[in-house]
Unconditional design. Structure first.
Length: 161
């Protein structure tokens, strides 16, 4: 089947088997390896990308199901050499160790802040609850998302002042 998916703003077309998973389409077709392939069961969340702005586990989604949709991967967060506030927050608050869960955590966090610019710690924890981090204990991840929310709020306030 021919499928065209817009990935990070660029249309990508490929003849695929109907059973090809989105995570493999992303990693093999445009060669974007930031999306990690973890469990194949939708448990770990390392493969989260955004489809039309909403978090989606790409290891259990068929590529053909994404025809005509906008997929955003972790590679799209950094723009012109500037880290997204969520990425910067993970750096500032030491929210990563091995880094395997990080792309999925970043994408889920970005979607959360796009929908709710001032989430509570409970809302942050709820948003990332479908993802497993075996290294950090989540405390620093929550702090990183809080940092990003605060940073974005202060940046908007400065721009409007």
């Amino acid at each position: 089947m021919d499928v065209t998916i817009t990935i990070n703003g660029e249309p990508v077309t490929r003849d695929v088997e109907p059973r090809l998973l989105l995570v493999h389409f992303i990693r093999e077709t445009p060669g974007l390896t930031g999306t990690h392939w973890g469990c194949d069961t939708s448990n770990c969340g390392a493969c989260v990308v955004l489809m039309d702005g909403k978090p989606l586990k790409s290891c259990t989604t068929l590529a053909v199901m994404c025809e005509g949709h906008e997929i955003t991967t972790v590679e799209a967060l950094e723009v012109d050499g500037e880290l997204d506030p969520v990425q910067q927050g993970f750096h500032e608050k030491h929210a990563l160790q091995c880094g395997f869960c990080t792309p999925g955590m970043l994408m889920t966090s970005r979607a959360l802040l796009d929908e709710n610019p001032d989430p509570s710690d409970l809302e942050i924890r709820t948003a990332i609850s479908g993802q497993i981090c075996r290294c950090t204990g989540y405390q620093n991840i929550v702090a990183a998302v809080r940092w990003a929310a605060d940073h974005e709020a202060s940046t908007k306030q400065e721009a409007g002042a």
